[in-house]
Design a protein around this ligand. Structure first.
Ligand SMILES: NC(=O)c1ccc[n+]([C@@H]2O[C@H](COP(=O)([O-])OP(=O)(O)OC[C@H]3O[C@@H](n4cnc5c(N)ncnc54)[C@H](OP(=O)(O)O)[C@@H]3O)[C@@H](O)[C@H]2O)c1
Length: 274
């Protein structure tokens, strides 16, 4: 407990704030972070937040080259640097392109963030091709990308992998999101399996499970009515922001999280409480 008069408690607060901001700007200095799906939403906010914490950021995108370029500019404005890499993770060929890119670099932090529902489809309309696409993008690419960085991480006895799941994994998703929510549940489980094999090698693997976050994802896949329903069912009465998820990405990447392994962290304003 800090005891003091008004003036010296002000000094204390300033010291704490200066120490915190210096921690935030220095804690990932010298680290290289690869963020998949960093051209928009949670991935873009994570790329910028990691850069603000000192990391050099490799910005992956699929279709939005201009947005990825803007994220690179924000990374530079945050005082760091990075580069851009394109790959379509819905295909095995595209996944291999990114895996080869990752193998050629000393990646300290991998954020497996790229993901999408792809197409809202009821069970009886599902084709094998669509099922494969959803699994490839949300699960298989994250597994093989993890494999690509894990060799180097285990040799160096150091590394962080953060997977992006979803609250949909906890309840089967909305109608038409069965494959997506199943893939996300597997991403959560994969996090635990990777931890068992690689925590002894010095690699920390965790998973973030966001509730509804206000990003382009919902402009493609949700209705206004659906989003209003989520707001009403959320104790804090609003959707999340990409920046709130990005703060958790930075924390889990940092040495402040060294005892956190194999966890699926729900972040949803109280919408779902595990
Ligand atoms: N928003 C939410 O409420 C919410 C909730 C739970 C979980 N999540 C998860 O959080 C992650 C980020 O979601 P977000 O809301 O930020 O979505 P977003 O704004 O739609 O961004 C999705 C990102 O994934 C990339 N991507 C999509 N399809 C791809 C493909 N075929 N190959 C490679 N990259 C691809 C996109 O790249 P391009 O745009 O360049 O094509 C984009 O950078 C996803 O895994 C999502 O499932 C989101």
């Amino acid at each position: 407990m800090i005891v003091g008069n008004a003036s010296n408690s002000g000094v204390y607060e300033r010291l704490v704030s200066e120490t915190m901001s210096s921690l935030q700007t220095q804690q990932l200095n010298g680290k290289i972070a690869l963020v998949t799906g960093a051209s928009s939403g949670i991935g873009a906010a994570s790329a910028v937040a990691l850069a603000a914490a000192g990391a050099h950021v490799l910005i992956h995108y699929n279709t939005q080259a201009d947005e990825a370029q803007k994220v690179l500019e924000q990374v530079r404005a945050a005082g760091s640097d990075g580069e851009i890499v394109q790959a379509d993770l819905v295909s095995w060929e595209g996944t291999q392109v990114l895996c080869r890119y990752a193998e050629g670099r000393k990646i300290d932090i991998l954020v497996n963030n790229a993901g999408s529902l792809v197409q809202r489809t009821r069970v009886l309309e599902f084709t094998h091709e669509l099922w494969e696409k959803v699994m490839m993008l949300n699960l298989t690419s994250a597994f093989f990308l993890s494999q690509a960085v894990l060799r180097g991480m285990s040799e160096r006895k150091s590394g962080v992998i953060i997977n992006m799941s979803s609250v949909a994994a906890r309840f089967g998703g909305g109608l038409g999101a069965l494959a997506y929510s199943s893939a996300k549940a597997a991403v959560s489980t994969m996090t635990k399996g990777l931890t068992k094999e690689f925590a002894p090698q010095g690699v920390r693997v965790n998973c973030i499970s966001p509730g509804t976050v206000d990003t382009g994802y919902h402009r493609s896949f949700s209705t206004q009515e659906g989003l209003d329903g989520v707001r009403a069912a959320t104790p804090i009465g609003r959707l999340g922001t990409a920046e709130e998820i990005a703060d958790l990405v930075v924390f889990l990447s940092s040495d402040q999280a060294t005892f956190i392994h194999g966890q699926v962290i729900e972040i949803n304003g109280g919408f779902f409480m595990a």
